[in-house]
Design a protein around this ligand. Sequence first.
Ligand code: ATP
Ligand code: MG
Length: 272
Amino acid sequence: MAETSHSATPTRRPTPQDVNDREVVIRVRGLEVGFGTKTIMKDLDLDVYRGEILGFVGASGTGKSVLTRAILGLVPKRTGTIEVFGEDLDALSPQSRKAIEQRWGVLFQQGALFSSLTVKQNVQVPMREYLSISERLLDELAMLKIEMVGLKPDAADKFPSDLSGGMIKRASLARALALDPEIVFLDEPTSGLDPIGAGEFDDLISTLQQTLGLTVFMVTHDLDSLHSVCDRIAALAEGKIIASGPIDTMLASNHPWLRAYFHGKRARAALA
Ligand SMILES: Nc1ncnc2c1ncn2[C@@H]1O[C@H](COP(=O)(O)OP(=O)(O)OP(=O)(O)O)[C@@H](O)[C@H]1O
Ligand SMILES: [Mg+2]
């Protein structure tokens, strides 16, 4: 990619045009993932820049969750490289791998809170795994995260079955933020929420991204989220990234799936 000659002044908020100057925190090259005889993605390249909210779209079943899980090392890849923070994940010692894992947080598509644990205990799961700190500090930190995602303190002692869908998403986000990550992976964080709840969750993600300087990798079908909070969007189809860029790039694309998605009936409400 060509070097640009200008340098941003430190006080200016980065714009999408600055993207070429920004640090790549996730670099995927030539990725192939499949199961048995089925190939889900092939020759897939993707860059995620520090501090951005990247919206990741694609038809159901195209492999958005599989790609997320492949980056996290939860699904094996056949070929390709995945670098996070400039480190090739295949080349890491177990200790370095653990150190990298502490720098990301994940909100899985199914929420994946432990049903037998309270919200506070769920938030403490990654803390117990990676940190050696006192029970008092564990409690203080968990309450801080719970507050940070907009839950009331009394939610801390509730079990997932006692929470609304929106509260479960927030509790899952609190757990994803447990270790003060630099990157959060959110797999369809607003699915199942009503439009107002989804909008509030988008605002929360946007606020956290700005105040904590998070990089957000967000799989979503939510056109409102794509329009309102994502700095860039990447689209997956036929096992590859077919387009990436700001929303305007997506809207201008002639790819049939992108046209149908961004200019279809449901898109009009989001554009209005
Ligand atoms: N562990 C697995 N073993 C075999 N096939 C799998 C496995 N995990 C996912 N798949 C298949 O990979 C494909 C992509 O699945 P994935 O869950 O990534 O889709 P998605 O794009 O996230 O869809 P959605 O938008 O519905 O969440 C699907 O055909 C799915 O059945
Ligand atoms: Mg999925």
